[in-house]
Design a protein around this ligand. Sequence first.
Ligand code: 5GP
Length: 191
Amino acid sequence: MTETKASLYVISGPSGVGKGTVCKALLSRDDSLAYSVSATTRQRRPDEIDGVHYHFLTKEDFMARVERGEFLEWANVYENCYGTLKSFVLEQLASGKDVVLEIDTNGALQVKKLMPEAVLVFLAPPSAEELLSRLQGRETETAEEIAKRQKCLEFELSQQVFYDYTVVNDEVERAVDEIRQIIARRHAGQK
Ligand code: 5GP
């Protein structure tokens, strides 16, 4: 049997495109993947569990970890900080397990700079209009927050050119199948 090196898969794309839903479905269908739980300074939503959805940190704790170099990448997204804990990712990769990150486009490019072998998957909306209506339909953000996110959308979409793959999230299960095919092809040593 050929030994395959573990890979880091970065699932990224614009806010509201459905990264969370796609990643959850991907992880539920493939238990060989390790999900990296991000740290954030954002307020916990009622349905979120600390340590499962995010590690909820104070701003002070987050910045102290930045100072100590504990993050593989971190970014300010809509006035809250989000970051990927380096130790978890490196431990999993060293143990031979593929790791999945669900992060914003800024963080994805930071990862690619540090780890060029990371596989960047851009999750794209079927159309920009469709994404705007999805953002408006979400009840977790205020109108002001949605307006801010709309402003960023154009820039986020332009980042697609830096990615290894683009997967259109027209239907969750189809998008998951496509990501699984990408992973399978990488395992088989194909691009
Ligand atoms: P939300 O607050 O809706 O859970 O996430 C807001 C944005 O932050 C999403 O685009 C999400 O992908 C991104 N995000 C979540 N965790 C991380 C992380 O660890 N690093 C970066 N750069 N972005 C993250």
